[in-house]
Ligand binder design. Structure first.
Ligand code: FAD
Ligand code: MLT
Ligand code: ZN
Length: 472
């Protein structure tokens, strides 16, 4: 990498925050799955918005591409560099200040590198709720959540990250700073720039801070692990719980037997809450204000569902420890699948009315391509979002890798044919950029390219992520 640029970065950030040695850059070069490895020209670790701006300006003037990175928990290789050795990784991990908390206005202003669990804790400390909740919340950053428009386990009640943000501060690709840190609930003064940056995966600029919406706290909980015979019964149960529990329904997560078995074999102390194994289970949670008695709503819903044959068995958490144990079964799936070996992830949305039939249709197609492939199906079924993840036939990771392209094409084609989305909540990154482009209309692609060209005419912000490289 150009010595003059390195010197300029060192002068701006301090020598110890410009990493170039192989051992130092290694953790920033590989993604959470371990399946995507790049080669950074350098890793820079600014501490303030001004330092981010100076680093980006320096790279822009030198014509060097920049890859923003938060907690590096992304699942589509959007935050790791390519293998060219020419890209600078800009880590937001040192921008960790909580800048402001306004309880009356219901806003929290945080810097991009604040870990999601710390955002939740800051809200809870003020008696409020920041409802975004992901299995990775102990290490993903709010900047990464905004950049990916993350979803998680409470979307059916509170929406995606985009629904939880009011204003942003962004360093633009040429190093200028856009101060859009407004906490106004009403602001119809033109294009919604903040929401344009949400979900842009680091391709339009670097989010350095955000004003987030806080909600009333919901410490009352009722949680159950519900055994169901098939995915169709799970969808029918969703209707029952929505009718009985109304706005209290916060989480409705589907888990297949294959996914649960992986957790049971990899998570120490994990136990199946159901009396007899069923092919599917649902984690249901209701949440309400302090003092709300949610148990009757949950029990009424479950009683109706048992009577109509939708539900075989239900374990209702009787204590915070039991609740945590049920959640661990759901949240442990990604880790358990990673421990099992190679993984092929498909994060898809189906129209909910077709979800169960789609599961029945696509399974045999996938099995025909790779007999014995394991369908680690689970997800946020309340949002129509399935993680249709595949694991290799036991001990045969090579087979999964060699059939990966064919398997993914079959799954994604079938999602597109059903009118679904090939990326529900993880974004496109490097792994899904080309596929998404192939399913979008020319008009939609033209609009996306026009936005990219307007904000990043030199094409230096996270090239190859979200939109495929030119001619690619
Ligand atoms: P990174 O992985 O560092 O980056 C992700 C993308 O955002 C990259 O394109 C990067 O360039 C860009 N980026 C990061 N920070 C910035 C910034 N400040 N400005 C501009 N661009 C930036 N995702 C869900 O949506 N729902 C889930 O339920 C969920 N569960 C998960 C469970 C596990 C166990 C794991 C490992 C991941 C899970 N994820 C989930 C995926 C991941 O945690 C989210 O995508 C998360 O939002 C990424 O945050 P991060 O800070 O780790 O971002
Ligand atoms: C989850 O909901 O657990 C993740 O988004 C899915 C994954 O790791 O593929
Ligand atoms: Zn998910």
């Amino acid at each position: 990498m150009d010595d003059a640029l390195l010197e300029r970065l060192r002068a701006a950030l301090g020598t110890e925050h410009v990493l170039t040695a192989d051992a130092d850059v290694a953790p920033y070069a590989v993604d959470w799955t371990g399946q995507h490895r790049g080669r950074p020209a350098a890793v820079v670790r600014p501490r303030t918005t001004a330092e981010v701006a100076e680093a980006v300006r320096a790279c822009h003037e030198a014509g060097v591409p920049v890859v923003p990175q938060g907690g590096n928990t992304g699942l589509v290789a959007g935050g790791v560099p390519d293998a060219s050795g020419t890209e600078v990784v800009l880590s937001l991990g040192r921008l960790r200040a909580v800048r402001d908390l306004d309880v009356v206005a219901g806003t929290l202003t945080v810097e991009a590198g604040v870990v999601l669990a710390d955002v939740q804790a800051a809200a809870a400390g003020a008696g409020r709720l920041f409802p975004l909740s992901l299995g990775s919340e102990g290490s993903c950053t709010i900047g990464g959540n905004l950049a990916t428009n993350a979803g998680g386990t409470a979307v059916l009640r509170y929406g995606m990250t985009r629904d939880l943000v009011l204003g942003l501060e962004v360093v633009l690709p040429d190093g200028r700073v856009w101060d859009g840190l407004r906490g106004l609930r009403k602001d119809n003064t033109g294009y919604d720039l903040a929401r344009l940056f949400v979900g842009s995966e680091g391709t339009l600029g670097i989010i350095t801070a955000a004003v987030l919406r806080l909600l009333p706290a919901t410490p009352a909980r009722a949680t159950a692990w519900v055994a169901v015979p098939d995915a169709g019964s799970a969808v029918a149960l969703l209707d029952v719980v929505q009718r009985r529990a109304g706005v209290h329904l916060s989480t409705f997560e589907l888990v297949s037997r294959t996914a649960l078995d992986l957790v049971l074999s990899h998570l120490p102390g994990a136990a199946d809450p159901s009396r007899e194994p069923t092919p599917w289970a649902v984690l249901v949670e209701l949440a309400g204000a302090e003092g709300t008695d949610l148990d009757p709503e949950l029990e009424d819903a479950l009683a109706e569902a048992v009577e109509t044959g939708l539900v075989r068995d239900a374990a209702v958490a009787g204590s915070p420890a039991q609740r945590a144990a049920l959640w661990a079964l759901r949240e442990g799936i990604s880790e358990a699948q990673r421990a099992e070996g190679a993984t092929l992830k498909h994060d898809v949305t189906l129209p909910i009315g077709d979800l169960a039939a789609w599961v029945e249709r696509v399974g045999p197609v996938v099995q025909e391509i790779l007999p014995g492939v394991r369908l680690v199906t689970y997800g946020h079924v309340g949002d129509g979002n399935l993680h249709y993840n595949l694991s290799a036939p036991p001990g045969d990771d090579g087979a999964l890798r060699s059939h990966a392209a064919e398997l993914t094409a079959a799954v994604l084609d079938s999602v597109a044919a059903a009118g679904g989305s090939i990326s529900a909540e993880h974004g496109l990154g490097r792994t899904r950029a080309a596929a998404a482009a192939s399913y979008k209309s020319d008009v939609e692609l033209d609009l996306m390219r026009a936005v990219k060209a307007a904000l990043d005419p030199a094409g230096l912000m996270n090239p190859g992520v979200l939109l495929p490289p030119a001619g690619g």
